[in-house]
Ligand binder design. Structure first.
Ligand code: CA
Ligand code: CA
Length: 580
């Protein structure tokens, strides 16, 4: 595999632990039509270019933490920095994996976006809808917690605030191009990125998971560039397409340059860009193939770029982001969709719904609502291209799916100049409410662990703001750290129970330490999860663990935490949020 980006590693003062509130605003630059182009960083793989004129965006370039492009028009830059900080913290990622130094945050009137450039290549890994009100700019979608409201990303990574990546996707967007050898489908080409797959089939994991060095989260992939325009900023990336999945024993090896036939390869790159707008609730996604090698690319038929954005987990969609509820094709009129039962019960294969081109709107709510409705437009329809949705149970995501860049024919490079194919654009639309319908409130109950006595707690003791149980292997019997507390629910409510937990040592034996579950009316176990020691990211740091549910009947649900008898653990609170 060719790493264009290796030279840049030493230039970023990367320290994953420094993403935080105090560092977001340390350098403020202003660019406008009068400013000259300037180099953004000391890196030779990332640069900024002045595009149009009359733009007025502030650039906050912190010593640590992502570079912030503030195009909101909000007078107080600290206000925008606070929004970015809340968005970053709300994802719950370990500092190395979340928004950090080397990455970009864009903020306009209608959205805040995390463009990842460490471990991923110019990828939109977080997207938050904003209310468009300059005087009181705020998130459109957030949920109650026991310590204020948490903004919720419209994309899958970190949507639950528990620092989780999609289980078998590279961040919030995937790309793949089928490759053929010996007359059969041999493998997939794509971009090798940092994420690791958990329960994907082995032929996907073998290449993606080959590099398990923690430093894989530190590096840019390919070459990135930021172009400052007129009321818009474009985040570009160009990265090599190499083999990322193998289907046969004799398939092309992981990381092989793009095979153009059974024997020859070429340096084919995927050039992508996101254009973000200061005053429009849309995002343009650009795709282009670039041949920087010596062999011609002559793709036919199925040889096209397959991919799309990951909106939410599947079959566990975020309770406020059930985009499968309502759908509109080529118009504004949402109709009930819900092709599958909640949590995909009975689903045996991926459910795909695609058109050749057009406009698609998805909504969790019957009327468009900021942060809970999203759309996509694909204009061009080359032979065999399509776009739509996949409720993909195999890879674990609800995605905008389909394909672009079909039938690309690219000559080899000429002298030093690569040949470039045509550019194709998809438009992501952040659909917004167009009437004054009242939004249904989230119902929220906070259960503080420090409240109650032995009736709530079988083991442990009050410990400041929570309830803890000490490590005493071999002596303590397992028992409930928290139980017998109920929250009323109406039949059909969907929601999430959020457990705020802490451990003393992450680095001990990686064994099960806790079980969390949810009972309905004292008997039906709606959801259950076993938590291992190394599911915690850091020592003595509060971390969210969540269980999704749909109430099967009117009555009560009981969130429980069962200690398995080994490790020191502390519960701060359990929050139960739901909507109907
Ligand atoms: Ca990253
Ligand atoms: Ca507490």
């Amino acid at each position: 595999m060719r790493h264009i980006s290796d030279a840049s590693i030493n230039h970023f003062p990367i320290s994953g632990a420094q993403v935080g509130p105090a560092v977001l605003i340390s350098v403020v630059l202003l660019f406008s039509g009068a400013c000259k182009a300037f180099q953004a960083t000391s890196s030779d793989t990332s640069s900024e270019l002045q595009g149009g004129s009359d733009a007025s965006c502030r650039i906050h370039r912190p010593l640590a933490g992502p570079t912030l492009y503030d195009c909101t028009g909000v007078a107080d830059p600290a206000r925008v920095g606070q929004l970015a900080e809340r968005a970053i913290k709300g994802l719950g990622f370990p500092s190395r994996e979340g928004p950090r130094n080397g990455d970009y945050i864009f903020v306009g009137r209608y959205y805040l976006a995390w463009i990842d450039n460490t471990g991923f290549s110019g990828k939109l890994n977080g997207l938050w809808s904003l209310n468009g009100q300059i005087e009181s700019l705020d998130f459109s979608l957030s949920e109650p917690t026991h310590v204020g409201r948490r903004p919720i990303s419209m994309l899958l990574p970190g949507e639950d605030g528990d620092g989780q990546w999609p289980r078998a996707y590279n961040g919030a967007e995937h790309y793949e191009i089928p490759r053929f050898k010996n007359g059969r489908h041999d493998s997939q080409a794509g971009i090798r990125e940092a994420n690791h797959f958990t329960d994907a089939p082995q032929w996907w994991r073998q290449c993606i998971n080959a590099n398990n060095n923690p430093t894989r989260w530190d590096n840019p992939i390919g070459v990135s560039k930021v172009v400052l325009g007129n009321g818009e900023i474009t985040f570009q990336n160009e990265a090599p397409l190499t083999i990322v999945a193998r289907f046969h024993e004799d398939s092309f090896a992981c990381g092989t340059s793009y095979p153009v036939n059974d024997h020859d390869t070429t340096d084919l790159r995927l050039a992508t860009a996101y254009t973000m707008y200061a005053n429009r609730p849309v995002i343009s996604r650009h795709y282009q193939m670039v041949n920087a090698g010596d062999q011609p690319v002559a793709n036919e038929g199925m040889e096209k770029l397959i991919g799309g954005q990951l909106l939410t987990d599947w079959p566990h969609p975020h309770y406020l982001k059930q985009y499968q509820n309502y759908i509109a094709w080529n118009g504004d009129d949402l109709s009930r969709y819900s092709p599958l039962n909640y949590l995909g019960e009975g689903q045996s294969g991926d459910l795909i719904n695609v058109h050749g081109a057009g406009r698609l709107i998805l909504s969790a709510t019957p009327e468009l609502q900021d942060g809970r409705s999203i759309g996509m437009i694909q204009n061009i329809d080359h032979a065999g291209e399509d776009f739509g949705i996949c409720l993909c149970i195999v890879h674990g995501g609800f995605e905008f799916t389909g394909s672009v860049l079909a039938g690309q024919h690219l000559p080899p490079k000429s002298d030093a100049s690569p040949s470039r194919g045509m550019e194709q654009i998809r438009t992501i639309t952040l659909e917004r409410r167009r009437n004054s319908a009242v939004t249904k409130q989230i119902s929220s109950v906070v259960l503080q662990a420090e409240d109650g006595e032995s009736d709530w707690h079988q083991v442990g003791s009050r410990d400041g703001n929570g309830w803890s149980v000490g490590s005493n292997p071999g002596k303590n019997d397992p028992g409930f750290l928290f139980h017998k507390r109920s929250v009323a629910q109406a039949k059909g409510n969907v929601g999430q129970a959020i457990f705020y937990l802490e451990i003393d040592h992450v680095d001990g034996v990686d064994e099960p330490v806790l079980e969390i579950d949810l009972l309905s009316n004292g008997k039906i176990n709606m959801a259950k999860k076993t938590i291992n020691r190394r599911d915690f990211f850091a020592n003595h740091q509060l971390q969210r663990f969540v269980l999704d549910f749909q109430a099967p009947d009117n009555g009560i649900i009981e969130p429980r935490v069962r200690w398995l008898g080994g490790a020191w653990l502390k519960l701060d609170a359990v929050v139960v949020n739901s909507v109907n």
